[in-house]
Every structure is written in structure tokens, then in C-alpha cells.
Design a protein. Structure first.
Length: 118
């Protein structure tokens, strides 16, 4: 059973930066494409960034150029560096392994809240 623990969220002003971390346990981390997702109030969860085991990255258009995903396979951890934050980035952020049809695992972590506001 895989477990994800997200951290690093907080309250930040527009234009600010945050770095999120997600520690994974229970399965072989390095073989999976890892993704960062977010869910804003009354909206569906969306994939914002993903990184394959080989290092290829993909971003949602809304965050391209502002967010950077990275991973440390030795630590079973994936990161999301967020810069130039906007109020519309406010959401709970989660991580999961990403498959062809969406998140692989049904077990989600508690997420980490990111609030962008004056």
C-alpha cells in the first residue's frame, strides 16, 4: 500500500513563491511518473505537473513557466517549486503516481493547502 505525505503549503502573497514536497512510501517510487494535482473549492482535482522516471516533465498551461517539478528518487520525494503565484493557484495540492488514464493509486494523502492572497 502506497502512502503520500505532502507538505510545504501556506499563505503567500501574489507574486510569491512556495516549495511543496511529497514523500512516498510503500512501493518502488523511481519507476513511476509522479504528478502534482490540485483541487480548488467546488472544482475537480486537476493535474498541474508531472515528471517521468526518466526526467521528462509536463505542465498544465495555467502553470507553465511558473511551476517546476523535480524528484529525488533516493529520498522517494517529489517537489513542486511554485513561483509568481496567483490567487487562482489557491487550492489543496496532492501528489500521486500518474498513469495513462489518471492517478494510479486510490490512496491520497491529506494534501497541503496553498493560499495566495493579500
Amino acid at each position: 500500500q502506497v502512502q503520500f505525505v505532502e507538505s510545504g503549503g501556506g499563505l503567500v502573497q501574489p507574486g510569491g513563491s512556495l516549495r511543496l514536497s511529497c514523500a512516498a512510501s510503500g512501493r518502488v517510487f523511481s519507476v513511476y511518473t509522479m504528478g502534482w494535482y490540485r483541487q480548488a473549492p467546488e472544482k475537480q482535482r486537476e493535474l498541474v505537473a508531472a515528471m517521468t522516471s526518466g526526467g521528462t516533465t509536463n505542465y498544465a498551461d495555467s502553470v507553465k513557466g511558473r511551476f517546476t517539478i523535480s524528484r529525488d528518487n533516493a529520498k522517494n520525494t517529489v517537489y513542486l517549486q511554485m513561483s509568481s503565484l496567483k490567487p487562482e493557484d489557491t487550492a489543496v495540492y496532492f501528489c500521486n503516481a500518474q498513469g495513462h488514464f489518471g492517478p494510479i493509486f486510490n490512496s491520497w494523502g491529506q494534501g497541503t493547502q496553498v493560499t495566495v492572497s493579500l
